[in-house]
Design a protein around this ligand. Structure first.
Ligand SMILES: NC(=O)C1=CN([C@@H]2O[C@H](COP(=O)(O)OP(=O)(O)OC[C@H]3O[C@@H](n4cnc5c(N)ncnc54)[C@H](O)[C@@H]3O)[C@@H](O)[C@H]2O)C=CC1
Ligand SMILES: C[C@H](O)[C@@H]1OC(=O)[C@H](O)[C@@H]1O
Length: 256
């Protein structure tokens, strides 16, 4: 098992990519902290994931908290230490993408997106890194960034900068935290069918277009991203830091 004896915190783990990653980390032997929004839906989904994980002999707890709140990272770390005694891996995954045009972008939509995807993440990464530093045995931090860190989206002018920001945060943290043996990397998913894009991809033409642009011939599924996250979390990636891994079925390189 790739993550035996490691404690992994994953934000936004009640559904989608975070849920798949949490399940796979537990399958690989990790004790998992399921971060979720704290809504009744999120709490219910987190408990159902705990049951799934328990069913195959894994261990998990849930912690509710708004990813935009700078205190949520501290809360997640404290819960992990109380339940499992350590934090070895932190996966920053929670995010939103309310598609909207640029010229009339409401300030509150812009600010909510940046606070949820990037500002809260900064402080959560800081909280996890301080715990790992104090433990004195290194660790791994992974940001779920996006192919959108590298390319734009006309309806995502508030979103793509947050994903570029996370990508850049991992690069800078790789330098800041390397001396403590803490590795920092990002995964850059392409188009993965989840709730975040359900409405957008309900447009049959858009769905067909995105699928046709993907060399592997299909959109991604949350489980497609879980493996790369586990790899970067594991000691198999012990000399990998400051890196980013596209998980996009070839979408990015498909110019023509
Ligand atoms: N689905 C896709 O095509 C891609 C997704 N991503 C990123 O992957 C991450 C996960 O998204 P998906 O699984 O696709 O979507 P999703 O909508 O299924 O999952 C998002 C998760 O974030 C949580 N979340 C949202 N706002 C929150 C808040 N304020 N506080 C706490 N939790 C909050 C949700 O509860 C949910 O668990 C996001 O950061 C997204 O930007 C990146 C590239 C592509
Ligand atoms: C939500 C979008 O479908 C998705 O999010 C990303 O980060 C990808 O670039 C896609 O645009």
């Amino acid at each position: 098992m790739l993550l035996a004896d490691k404690t992994v915190i994953i934000t936004g783990a009640s559904r989608g990519i975070g849920r798949a990653a949490a399940r796979e980390c537990a399958r690989q032997g990790a004790r998992v902290v399921i971060g979720h929004s704290g809504s009744s839906q999120g709490t219910e989904a987190a408990y159902s994931l705990i049951e799934e994980i328990k069913a195959f002999g894994g261990r998990a707890i849930e912690v509710g908290g708004d990813a935009a709140d700078p205190d949520t990272g501290d809360k997640l770390v404290a819960a992990a230490v109380q339940a499992f005694g350590s934090v070895d891996v932190f996966v920053n995954n929670a995010g939103i993408c309310p598609f909207h045009s640029f010229l009339d972008m409401p300030r509150e939509v812009y600010l909510k997106t940046v606070n949820t995807n990037l500002n809260g993440a900064y402080f959560a990464v800081q909280a996890a890194a301080n715990q790992m530093k104090n433990q004195g045995r290194g660790g791994a931090i992974i940001a779920v960034s996006s192919i959108s860190a590298l390319v734009g989206g006309g309806m995502q002018t508030h979103y793509t900068p947050t994903k570029a920001g996370l990508h850049s945060l991992m690069q800078s943290c790789a330098i800041a935290l390397g001396p403590y043996g803490i590795r920092c990397n990002s995964v850059l998913p392409g188009t993965i069918a989840t709730d975040i894009n359900k409405e957008d991809l309900a447009d049959a033409e858009k769905l067909a277009y995105m699928t046709s642009r993907t060399p592997l011939g299909r959109l991604g599924e949350p489980d497609d991203v879980a493996g790369p996250i586990v790899f970067l979390a594991s000691d198999m990636a012990r000399y990998v830091t400051g890196a980013s891994l596209l998980v996009d079925g070839g979408l990015f390189v498909n110019l023509q």
